[in-house]
Design a protein around this ligand. Sequence first.
Ligand SMILES: Cc1cc2nc3c(=O)[nH]c(=O)nc-3n(C[C@H](O)[C@H](O)[C@H](O)COP(=O)(O)OP(=O)(O)OC[C@H]3O[C@@H](n4cnc5c(N)ncnc54)[C@H](O)[C@@H]3O)c2cc1C
Length: 391
Amino acid sequence: MATGRFVIVGASLAGASAAAALRDGGFEGDLTLIGEEARLPYSRPALSKGYLRGQERFEDQLVNPADYYGKQRITVRLGARASRVDPARRVVELGGGETVPYDRLLVATGGRNRTLHTPGADLSGVFQLRTAEVTASLRQMGVAVSAIEGHPVPLARVLGPEVGAVLAAIHRDQGVELVLGDSVAAFEGQGRVERVRTAKGRVLDCDLVVAGIGIEPNQELLAAAGALVDNGVLVDPQCRTSLPDVYAAGDVANHLHPLFGRLRVEHWNNGLQHGRAAARAMLGGGEPYDYVHSFWSDQYEHLIEYVGFAATWDRLVFRGKPESRKFLGFYLKDGVLRAAVGLDRGGDPEDPKSESELKTVAGLIRSRARVDPARLVDETVELSRLAPAPA
Ligand SMILES: Cc1cc2nc3c(=O)[nH]c(=O)nc-3n(C[C@H](O)[C@H](O)[C@H](O)COP(=O)(O)OP(=O)(O)OC[C@H]3O[C@@H](n4cnc5c(N)ncnc54)[C@H](O)[C@@H]3O)c2cc1C
């Protein structure tokens, strides 16, 4: 379909990427982008990194240049919250009662930060954000930081205890006090937070609290319209929800991946790629969204790059010693390579201009390679030459 009325709710990364991909893909009809924020679509990662530290400008985070939308005849409705989708009438209702008709609708409403409801969470000085990279940024700004984490090491669930231990050591070297295997029992203070009491009885004096305990998907808009939801809006490999001509992409979408099964991820790279994939599907393309996921995280001067997806694994092997803080880790399940992590090693798997170890690994993951762990570990074996192990 190259004409008609396409509407996108969620004017951020996935939504703005989809809008651009629709125009690039030849869509000539009416295109409306609806976003509740008052700002043009921007990328969020800098909010916990350079922008937070005052080193990067907001203008540099825009998904598309400010004049792009006008040039591309994209109607951008900012400060407009979609309050209802009526799939029978094919309209989106805005907060003020206005309706916007659609032939095809993409919902890219992302997620909102989970909030702590611990006693004292409403004290001034307690900020509820989405992310824990703030620890590294605040340290870099000279702030004394204590980080409370329920697991025995940071990022244990995603990267495992071995890699988490390396990250813990990096944080400690930077002067962060890690309070691990504990949780917040209460925030205390007279009107403003002065201390945190933990479940294990620690009392930490503080001037400021940042709670970064993840996000939950903004799925209510489509759930109320009758779409199937389960930890996000359920979409098929073509980004289609269970409602006719309604698509979802980005953090809000729980997608059926040909390699990894059902998953919902909260990564910038996925927001970009999933938005584009949704645009292709809205234009009638039938190819599945089989992107091999990747994400990055900045921790001080260190860069973590992760490719693939492994909710669980039965083997984790390293190329390079973890304690050297420059290594690749490979996550295998039933002999199949599912994911890999690089700490200051492996390159950017998304860089179209250069080859890298992690780009090669992405290919191995895509091919569901059964790789001999001994060869993964062996520095003398080039990753590009890794033949599948005999079955
Ligand atoms: C501080 C921070 C740091 C991050 N750092 C990294 C990183 O280092 N690496 C990485 O891979 N990822 C990182 N991420 C995650 C990444 O930014 C997200 O995965 C990405 O923003 C998802 O894009 P999205 O478009 O799906 O959703 P979002 O960016 O959440 O955008 C959704 C948009 O929809 C709007 N919206 C919601 N409901 C409605 C409604 N009813 N009507 C109208 N508009 C609505 C919201 O206001 C929002 O603008 C970070 C995120 C944050 C917040």
